[in-house]
Design a protein around this ligand. Structure first.
Ligand code: SF4
Ligand code: SF4
Length: 193
C-alpha cells in the first residue's frame, strides 16, 4: 500500500515538474522575442490602404464650400441613429444648418458614406481620437470639418462605392441585334447572312 502511494507521488511530482518546465520555456521564449506591439502614440503603424476609420465632413476642393446639402439621407440610413441634420434652404443650394454625429455610438458600418450624394461625409484613414471623456466624441459640424482637414481621407467615397456596386449596363438595342444575328448564324441550322 505504502509502495503504491510512493509510486503515485513520484509520478505526480514528475508530471508537475514537466508542466512547470514547459510553462517556463514559453515564458523565456517570450522574454527574448521581439515585441509585436508598438508604443502608441509615440510610434504608429501605417494604416492599410483600405482602412476606414473616423467620420468627417468635407469641403469642395475648388470652391471651398461645404459639400453637405443637408439632405438627411445619412440620418435616415444610420442604424443606431447617431446622426442629426437640420437643412438650411438657400437660393442656389441647401446646406446643413445643424449636423451632429455621436461618434461614441457609431457602428462604423459606412452606410452614411455610401448614401451621401455629394461625398460630403467620408471616412478617414485614422482612428486617432481616443479620449476618456465621451462628450468629446459628440461631434458637431465644425469638428467634423476639422477632422476632414486633419487626417488623410480613406479611398472610399459614396460615389466611388456606388460606381463599384452598379451592375454593368445591358448593351443598347442597336448593339445587341448584330450580336444576336451572329450568334444565330453560328448555331447549327441557324441562317447565316
Ligand atoms: S458609420 Fe454607420 S453607424 Fe456610423 S454614423 Fe455612419 S451610418 Fe451611422
Ligand atoms: S452628409 Fe451627405 S447624406 Fe448627409 S445630409 Fe449631408 S449631403 Fe446629405
Amino acid at each position: 500500500m505504502a509502495r503504491r502511494i510512493g509510486q503515485s507521488f513520484w509520478r505526480d511530482f514528475f508530471q508537475l515538474c514537466g508542466a512547470v518546465g514547459r510553462a517556463m520555456k514559453v515564458t523565456l521564449l517570450n522574454l527574448i522575442r521581439r515585441p509585436v506591439t508598438v508604443h502608441y502614440p509615440d510610434k504608429t503603424r501605417a494604416y492599410p490602404d483600405r482602412y476606414r476609420g473616423l467620420l468627417a465632413l468635407t469641403y469642395d476642393k475648388e470652391t471651398g464650400e461645404e459639400n453637405c446639402i443637408g439632405c438627411r439621407l445619412c440620418e435616415y440610413i444610420c442604424p443606431p441613429q447617431v446622426i442629426k441634420v437640420e437643412m438650411l434652404k438657400a437660393e442656389k443650394r441647401n446646406y446643413a444648418k445643424v449636423f451632429t454625429l455621436e461618434l461614441y455610438a457609431c457602428e462604423f458600418c459606412e452606410l452614411c458614406v455610401q448614401v451621401c450624394p455629394t461625398d460630403a461625409i467620408i471616412m478617414m484613414k485614422s482612428f486617432d481620437m481616443s479620449t476618456a471623456d465621451r462628450r468629446e466624441l459628440l461631434l458637431d459640424k465644425d469638428r467634423l470639418h476639422q477632422i476632414g482637414l486633419k487626417f488623410e481621407p480613406s479611398w472610399a467615397t459614396g460615389n466611388l462605392l456606388r460606381d463599384m456596386q452598379t451592375p454593368p449596363k445591358a448593351p443598347a438595342r442597336h448593339e445587341a441585334e448584330p450580336a444576336k444575328a451572329a450568334e444565330a448564324g453560328a448555331k447549327p441550322g441557324g441562317k447565316a447572312e
